[in-house]
Design a protein around this ligand. Structure first.
Ligand SMILES: [Zn+2]
Length: 441
């Protein structure tokens, strides 16, 4: 196999441009560093031109290196692991010395970090005529294995590149939608979802959020190498819905359980979700008498209909036990749950049931029990949701659901101490600066 063929193989197994940008940057820096460390001035141009130009340390630019004797440049290969690939196979196909692979595996701590490979992983190597000079691979999000040829054998080290946590405070006013408002304030779609998730027990973000509603949110962000990686947890937030303010603060108990609480230590979480589907539009509310679109007569509608696409997951509104799962006349496919305090909930017109949930099974709040459909008497895909207390129908939108237990008295002091600075953020003037993680947290 000559140079050209090798290159072709590297491309076949998904080289160069196939790997993610972030990885490429991190790994290339390390490759450059390790090559120069290993080979010093011998090196002419081991990396593809754009890589060496961008990432090679200034002291090791080709102009410096070129002062040495004429040397064959190292060849750089980036291999994306495919299904059924093994390192042995990759080494053989690239005509790299298999004895080098054996030597790598004998290094302390390397074997494990080298041999567990998954499709999509990227391994970068440099070699000279098949003799391995360096190898780097990302072990996880924050650690990269870097092996370089030493005077004798190889030396390996793990380069740590930790994530940095920053806090960001955003404020905004809803004009068209929460997504747009959060985006305009500088937040991601995921942050908008998280914000809605924090307040979902009190606020119906699809049917009751309106222009003029406001929010303040302090949340964590993960950064690496000066680049945003992802959003972290919301630490504190306020949402003003129709002039009424709701506040929530994240508190982690000494035994590590995290949840959201009101400023006075009451859980934001309630025993029941407002609705059994996320972000669905109410197509028909609860009423004692309404014109039934299929039956064509006036009839009480003792539940709420949520229009959603067929297949949308339907969630148990509260923790409970399945007491019915099957067909119930015009309700089509129905699941009925029994909860504490004599409460039962019913979910109708399902296209199908969640496979693993049968009669007698316990379900957790939010667990998927079935999927939206239009079985039975229905003009379109929706879930018909009923809430009963001791057999008496209640309006799920109006019912006062039992609250979860407050912070125990012995934790109140800890709760106040930890949440006071977060809650103070909510009262700070708008457009506060982005701050680095709070000391001691
Ligand atoms: Zn209905």
């Amino acid at each position: 196999m000559d140079h050209g063929q090798r290159k072709q193989r590297a491309q076949q197994i998904g080289a160069a441009d196939a790997y993610p940008h972030r990885f490429g940057v991190v790994a290339s820096c390390i490759v450059a560093g390790s090559i120069f460390a290993a080979a010093g001035s011998q090196l002419q141009n081991p990396l593809p031109e754009q890589l060496s130009a961008e990432f090679a340390p200034a002291s090791a630019r080709p102009s410096t290196a070129a002062t040495s004797a004429p040397a064959t440049p190292f060849e750089f290969v980036a291999v994306t692991i495919g299904r059924n690939d093994t390192l042995d196979r990759i080494f053989r196909e690239l005509q790299l010395h298999v004895s080098d692979l054996a030597a790598l595996r004998n290094l302390p701590d390397v074997r494990h970090n080298l041999d567990i490979i998954r499709p999509g992983d990227v391994i970068q190597m440099t070699h000279l005529g098949g003799e391995l000079k360096s190898l780097t691979r990302r072990i996880n999000e924050t650690a990269t294995l870097s092996v370089t040829r030493a005077e004798e054998g190889f030396s390996a080290n793990i380069v740590e590149n930790p994530l940095e946590t920053k806090e960001q405070r955003l404020t905004g006013t809803v004009d068209s939608s929460l997504y747009v408002a959060v985006n305009e304030a500088g937040g991601t779609d995921r942050l908008a979802v998280s914000l809605a998730d924090v307040f979902k027990y009190d606020i119906d973000f699809v049917n009751s959020v309106q222009p003029g509603d406001r929010f303040i949110v302090t949340h964590e962000q993960q950064w690496q190498d000066g680049e945003f990686v992802r959003d972290g947890d919301i630490l504190a937030a306020e949402f003003v819905n129709s002039g009424r303010a709701y506040r929530a603060v994240r508190y982690v108990t000494p035994n590590g359980h995290a949840d959201y609480y009101t400023p006075d230590g009451r859980p934001v979480r309630k025993a029941f979700l407002r609705y059994p589907v996320d972000y669905a539009r109410i197509s028909s509310g609860y009423s004692q008498a309404r014109w039934h679109p299929v039956l064509h007569r006036v009839r009480a509608h003792r539940g709420i209909d949520f229009a959603a696409a067929t297949g949308t997951p339907i969630k148990a509104a509260g923790a409970g036990r399945v007491i019915f799962r099957g067909v119930k006349g015009g309700y089509g496919n129905v699941v009925e749950l029994s909860h504490s305090n004599g409460i039962t909930t019913l979910y109708a017109h399902m296209s199908r049931f969640a496979r693993e949930v049968g009669v007698g099974d316990r379900v957790a709040q939010g667990e998927v029990i079935g999927y939206v459909g239009m079985t039975g008497l229905a003009t379109g895909p929706h879930v018909h949701y009923e809430y009963r207390v001791n057999g008496v129908y209640k309006n799920p939108a109006r019912v006062t659901v039992p609250k979860a237990d407050p912070i125990p008295a012995n934790l109140m002091e800890d709760f106040r101490a930890k949440t006071a600075p977060l809650l103070a953020d909510l009262d700070a003037p708008a457009d506060g600066p982005v701050r680095v993680a709070r000391a001691g947290r």
